[in-house]
Design a protein around this ligand. Structure first.
Ligand code: LLP
Length: 856
């Protein structure tokens, strides 16, 4: 009878439900007429706990860690109804003794580390074996160390020989004959083996996949099954690209490339082992055991170029080495690479020109701590000018005959107009082309490349359903998903009964955002950037909430005055940019705050500013935000006084008789990194040293809201905490914020009725009543807005469609690749999070009225 090796990782062995799936799948295999050998990892988090235990033991503080490990296993044993003490007391006692030994000597050897870590797998499989037996399966528990023996890696360090051991992987008819004698299931551990002296060794990162591959080869298994909690390998990380497609089949070489360029589903090391013996790998999901998953095997090369996946590897570090010495010189590279050898750093990619060599270091293969990198830079400093560029991400297009596809990548490469590409590499194997970019742009790049290169592929042998289709919804697992409009569906549908489309705003959601901002202790004043949404009821609501109003035009100021006639003039902040002189005169006469963002007004109209108090907008030098077009700092942006002109600013203000009482910086819009406002404040507090009258630092707006499922909401409390030290260090300075989007984005939805549906080629279009004339963000920034069919909210979403409007432009798309239930004329679609920069950026293009506004 043929063998099938099945590997279950940490998350797949940590609950009774998961063990019940293992029991079920194992009996299917027995019924199928094959013999299962099951390889298991330690329970989720236990290997990390055991690492912690080693550390804690050196300080004699291991008791609580052992207790935690004990509790986790005891609670699983209880769930599985197996006797905890009988099974695990020896191992837990052993851990205790080893930890006491370490605490006595204050250090531990790699051997001891291996013995401690091995306990995780041993304990998990002991509980599992008892459970499977209780389910009526015949189980033989095998200690993997009795079967897998490490090779004598002569070149490896003694540490690597114990902690990253390798084993031979040749068919072993004797072992097979021995295992063939038993009935039922064999259960054994991943990650562990023994050396020729019988001492415990570990197989390093991804060790359980590698163990399973060794067992598969030794037993000449029919296939190797890797069971995990995702349904297979995808054309991109589904958390970034919900429309990523399941890869039904992959060649070994492609899978290897996807695994090495960023996918964490399968460890790259296990693939060559089975590939050599042509044993196929099946990736299956414990959550949906019936689903087919991905099959990795030897596929015939049809010679056609195909991109199978877009992957991204974050935490990549680049080292660039610049030297004139390399030009026509012998030995520069040899000397440079010697420095990497000295610091034990393994290089991933290399690009060279005559004067610069850039290499990438992969965080998975290296421990990239600051000390090691500065040691490297110091040594490289003797032969060249070396610099570290981080954090970066390596974004790869993976497939076959990639070289032959280069000419098709034309439109895809436009993506790089906005990105700085640090390194491009295309290996001779012709299996990938990789671009190293800033880490922050990686997800966006993956999304765009996927849409351009992978998405248009028709369903085929290789490309299966999308992640959304498999999961029946656009939200990644684990995301909290309760927007206000779910509970107000009927009211929303009623609004569209007699309208073609409408922006609907929920005031309670605005109030909740006001409350969050008002709760920030370190922030003294908040102004609402009303360009985000100037709807009368929203402006009044925000004013009532004690928030000031930031205006960018005379018309906006007048709008506020008409809505809130009693408003204190100092609750209005006017931030014009290249506005005509009259608007400055108007605002100064009115007595509202005014922010100057360049020197022209002071230089040419000094009389306007005599005895006035003003704020000055400083350009902090770097733009931020969700798209290049919303970066409002740096040399490419028209805003702000550059730091180099501070002296001139001070001189002109003095000459005009104006006092600069506040400093302002706004670097961009849609920022989701917590430290941004603190960094802005720290910079402005330094600038304030030039201006003795400054009493307020306006840190700008830009607070983002999540758009795509992989993004999480900003934690305002954390931002507040980050600002506290700044506030404490500058007790005389008030801190201001001026958000727009944060207050209103999520309160708004755009509702619109379906006019027509059609299919063309591979793409299905759902046409709606309004398009870029109401919501220009997708066309202008490639912005993603979630779209649902409100008329069929609870129906299964099965169709991948592009949602388009009636405007005479190809860019008139509200969403590309959205998953909707089968949709018909007259259905109401809801486009979420459109409260900010929706209606205020709308137009009458094609003489089509934009959607009207309704407040609820
Ligand atoms: N302060 C100043 C000086 C600004 O220029 C802006 C926005 C804000 C505050 C408010 O930024 P927020 O908190 O909303 O990010 N139309 C683009 C956004 C452009 C933002 C322009 N200035 C979009 O739809 O994403």
């Amino acid at each position: 009878m043929p063998w099938v090796v099945m590997k279950f990782g940490g998350t797949s062995v940590s609950s009774a439900a998961k063990w019940s799936t293992i029991a079920e799948v194992a009996s299917w295999r027995v019924d199928e007429g094959v013999k299962p050998l099951i390889v298991c990892s330690a329970l989720s988090g236990v290997s990390d706990q055991l690492e912690n235990l080693l550390q804690a033991a050196t300080w004699g503080k291991h008791e609580p860690v052992i207790q935690g490990i004990r509790d986790q296993h005891e609670s699983l044993a209880n769930e599985l109804a197996v006797p905890f003490t009988d099974l695990l007391e020896d191992h837990l006692g052993g851990l205790d003794r080893l930890a006491n030994g370490i605490s006595l000597v204050g250090e531990y050897s790699p051997r001891l580390q291996a013995r401690v870590l091995a306990t995780g797998e041993l304990m998990a499989t002991l509980l599992g074996a008892a459970y499977l037996e209780a389910q009526g399966l015949q189980v033989s528990w095998v200690d993997a160390r009795a079967v897998l023996t490490s090779t004598n890696q002569r070149d490896a360090s003694p540490r690597a020989r114990v902690l990253s051991a390798q084993c031979t992987s040749e068919p072993d008819p004797e072992l097979r004959a021995h295992f063939d004698q038993g009935d039922g299931v064999i259960l054994t551990q991943g990650f562990i083996a023994s050396d020729s002296n019988g001492e415990t060794v570990l197989l390093g990162r991804g060790g359980s996949d590698t163990s399973a591959a060794y067992f598969a080869v030794r037993l000449e298994a029919q296939r190797l099954e890797i069971w995990t909690d995702v349904p297979g390998m995808f054309t991109a990380d589904p958390r970034i690209v919900p429309s990523a497609r399941l890869l039904k089949t992959l060649d070994y070489a492609e899978a290897q490339e996807i695994a090495t360029t960023g996918s964490a589903i399968l460890h790259a090391r296990c693939i060559p082992t089975v590939r050599h013996h042509l044993i196929p790998i099946h990736i299956r999901s414990t959550l949906h055991p019936q689903q087919e998953g991905t099959v990795i095997c030897a596929l015939p090369d049809e010679g056609r170029p195909t991109v199978k996946a877009i992957s991204a590897k974050c935490e990549t570090v680049l080292v660039s080495m610049e030297t004139l010495g390399m030009w026509q010189q012998v030995g520069f590279l040899a000397q440079a690479f010697q420095c990497f050898v000295k610091h034990g750093l393994s290089i991933d990619m290399v690009a060279t020109s005559e004067t610069t060599v850039t290499v990438s270091l992969d965080a998975d293969a290296n421990s990239l701590d600051d000390a090691r990198l500065s040691g490297l830079l110091e040594d490289l400093g003797d032969i060249c000018k070396a610099e570290v560029i981080a954090p970066c991400a390596a974004v790869s297009l993976v497939g076959r005959h990639i070289r032959a596809i280069l000419h098709q990548l034309g439109p895809a490469l436009e993506v790089f107009q906005e990105q700085q590409v640090h390194l491009v590499s295309q290996a001779a194997s012709d299996l990938n082309i990789t671009f190293v970019v800033e880490e922050a742009s990686a997800n966006r790049l993956v999304e765009r490349l996927h849409a351009l290169v992978v998405r248009p592929r028709a369903p085929s042998e290789a490309f299966g359903p999308t992640w959304e289709q498999l999961h029946g919804g656009p939200t990644a697992p684990g995301t909290v998903d309760l927007p206000w409009w779910r509970g107000k569906r009927d009211a929303l549908l009623a609004i569209l009964e007699n309208r073609p489309s409408a922006f609907v705003y929920d005031l309670a959601t605005v109030e909740a955002a006001i409350e969050q901002l008002q709760a920030m202790q370190a922030v003294d004043r908040v102004f609402y950037a009303m360009k985000a949404n100037a709807n009368a009821r929203i402006v009044e609501c925000i004013h009532r909430g004690g928030i000031g109003l930031e205006c960018v035009s005379r018309a906006e100021v007048e709008h506020v005055l008409s809505l809130c006639p009693k408003i204190d003039r100092r609750d209005i902040l006017f931030t014009p940019n290249f506005a005509p002189r009259e608007e400055y005169a108007f605002a100064l006469d009115l007595g509202v705050w005014i922010t100057l963002d360049n020197l022209h007004p002071l230089l040419h109209w000094p009389e306007l500013f005599r005895d006035r108090t003003i704020l000055a907008r400083i350009d902090p030098g770097h733009g931020r935000g969700h798209h290049e077009k919303v970066h409002t700092a740096g040399s490419q942006s028209k805003f702000g006084v550059p730091l180099a002109e501070l002296e001139e600013l001070r001189r002109l203000a003095d000459a005009a008789g104006a006092r600069i009482v506040g400093l302002h910086a706004h670097s961009g819009s849609g920022i989701l990194s917590l430290g941004h406002w603190h960094n802005t404040g720290a910079l402005l507090s330094h600038v304030a040293e030039w201006f003795p009258d400054v009493a307020a630092l306006n840190l700008g707006g830009g607070l983002g809201v999540p758009e795509r499922p992989d993004q999480s909401a900003l934690d305002l409390q954390a931002i507040d905490e980050s600002l506290a030290p700044l506030k404490a260090a500058n007790p005389t300075l008030d801190l201001w914020l001026e958000p727009g989007r944060f207050l209103v984005a999520q309160c708004g939805v755009l509702l619109t009725k379906v006019t027509q549906v059609k299919g063309k080629g591979d793409v299905r279009y759902v046409g709606v009543n309004t398009g870029m004339n109401s919501l220009i963000r997708p066309a202008l920034y490639g912005a993603y807005h979630r779209i649902v069919n409100l008329s069929r909210l609870d129906e299964a979403a099965t169709d991948v469609v592009s949602v388009v409007g009636p405007i005479c432009e190809t860019g008139d798309r509200l969403g590309v690749d959205h998953l909707l239930p089968p949709t018909e004329e007259g259905d109401v679609l809801l486009i979420a999070d459109t409260g900010a920069y929706g209606r205020t950026m709308s137009s009458h293009y094609n003489l089509r009225e934009p959607a009207e506004e309704v407040v609820i």
